[in-house]
Design a protein around this ligand. Structure first.
Ligand code: 6GU
Length: 243
């Protein structure tokens, strides 16, 4: 998979070199390119923002630098594209977008090429979304119901969630199956040695060697934890005692 990121803060993406993502890149499973939006701003101050039409607080990102940056990336992608290959998906992280979930991560992990556009300030001029939505595929995605200063940290989170689903990136694919959200439930608690730590025991069922019993216990713990912490995942109402 190839991922391009457009941002006014490329340094955030130094983190792509670390750990699992860094290894995936070294092994050729993931190719990432980070582009500075200011290189597509041509006035003396490399201006990327301006005051909001209609008035109000804050600044809005101007459409022209986004147009130039995205045209450049889509043009290059078009020339390299093989017959039958779909055009890149453009993702804009935004607190006004649809919720990014594990399911979204699975969908995006199946793409050949993703372009992330990181907005700052009060957001990007709406015409950028309209233009590229009409010409191709655009998704606005939100991590959750809170506000970050810009899309950079959100994109790092999305890229990590997506990349670990690319075959070969995570060493043991079985470890992907049982984790939180893959089954629509939270993960059960996990333990390791020593069997007793500060007087706290590993649950005896985990040390008994009965795999069926272990599986049943984990399933029960998953359900109990999900009911208690995230009843919404079970279609239950928060704050109500679950049956
Ligand atoms: Cl994707 N972007 C920003 N700026 N804030 C957010 C977010 C995204 N998701 C939650 N808050």
């Amino acid at each position: 998979m190839r991922i391009d990121v457009v941002t006014i803060f490329p340094a955030y993406f130094d983190a792509l070199e670390i750990s699992l993502l860094g290894r995936a890149r070294q092994r050729g499973l993931l190719e990432t390119h980070v582009h500075d939006l200011r290189e597509a701003a041509h006035d003396r101050h490399r201006t990327v923002d301006d005051t909001p039409a209609g008035g109000g607080a804050g600044m809005v990102m101007k459409p022209e630098p986004w147009g130039e940056a995205l045209d450049g990336l889509l043009g290059a992608a078009g020339e390299e594209r093989e017959p039958g290959e779909t055009e890149p998906l453009i993702v804009f992280p935004s607190p006004s977008g649809e919720r990014f979930t594990q399911e979204t991560a699975r969908e995006l992990a199946a793409e050949r090429r993703l372009i992330f556009g990181c907005g700052r300030y009060e957001g990007i001029d709406q015409r950028v979304f309209d233009e590229y939505g009409e010409r191709g595929r655009v998704r606005l995605l939100s991590l959750g119901d809170y506000v970050l200063n810009g899309g950079e940290v959100a994109v790092l989170a999305m890229v990590e969630a997506i990349a670990r689903l690319i075959p070969g990136v995570v060493g043991n694919p079985e470890s992907l199956v049982e984790e939180s959200h893959e089954q629509g439930l939270l993960e059960y608690p996990v333990y390791t040695k020593p069997a007793v730590w500060r007087g706290r025991e590993v649950p005896p069922v985990l040390l008994g060697g009965d795999h069926g019993a272990v599986e049943a216990w984990r399933r029960e713990q998953s359900l109990e934890r999900t009911r208690r912490v995230r009843p919404d995942l079970l279609g239950l109402q928060a704050g109500r005692a679950a049956e």
